[in-house]
Design a protein around this ligand. Sequence first.
Ligand code: BD4
Length: 334
Amino acid sequence: MIYVSEADPDEEGYDLAFEPRNVFVKRKDPKSDYKLGEELGRGKFGIVYKCVEKKSGRQFAAKFINTDRKDDRLAVEREVDLMRQLQHPRILQLYDAFDDGTSEMCLILELIEGGELFERVICDDFVLTEKACSIFMRQICEGLEYIHSKNILHLDMKPENILCVSRTGNRIKLIDFGLARKYNPKEKLQILFGTPEFVAPEVVNYEEVGFGTDLWAVGVICYILLSGLSPFMGDSDLETMANVTSTKYDFDDEAFDAISEEAKDFISKLLLPDMRKRMTTTDCLTHPWIKSTKRRSMAVLDKSKLKKFVIRRRWQKAVNAILALKRMGATLKL
Ligand code: BD4
């Protein structure tokens, strides 16, 4: 059985994976410097493989991003530029970047061996308690506090973008800055992307976004981690987005019977219609549910609903991957 260590996650070590590097996009084939290994995952972000740097023998993750469309190259360059500014133990680090003029660019990133957080916590040998949830949520808020301190918005906070550093430890890292944007309070930033279950009402309404937009998603992630239920999920994306704009949700399901009032208070202070009224990352880190983990319950939570949630997301991802391949012109032989 794997109990999440009650110790501070940083007792395992708080170092960066490697010395900060000033990464510039190299105009050559990444395969000249790296040997590709097994596929780790694929999605809208592209395909990620394990890889080994030939000169050092060190392992990394290679993310290949399709750049067929005109703006795709600029988007990857923006991702590189933002990642270059981020060096923190809770944030995935960028190591190298390549553009060899083909239809794909490649980012060489820190390899995070533990895989997705939700995939890990649903394993039968993993004991999920409210205390474990608050330890994970604290680290998510720490990562986001750092990102926001650099005036960067992540804008794609969702369970798939939270990875575990190892299979047995309790440290996590935030990944995927493909949708991230620099925030300038003097400029009105509106966006039209994101995953319906996690996007904030201001995104659905095409209104101005800000730091609070990321914190809405933190509230949704916390709600799901504790209960296995998705607060705004509808039968279609359209229905989900209508539920988001209504901002109505509750803690009525029996899954919340075992959950503390402090945890519910934490979520309620994030799932607020007005993004300016939501807690900031710093508020989150001083909230009693996050700060006083010693008082948190070690009672084992029922993970059956969370397992169903993860299985449903796996199917959604598979369908999205097929649709992405079809868009790229692939024909399916079933
Ligand atoms: O940048 C990455 N480093 C990783 O280790 C990684 C990265 C990305 C962008 C996606 C990744 C992984 C990764 C690592 C493991 C062990 C398993 C799946 C992984 N994925 C795909 C799933 C992310 N949603």
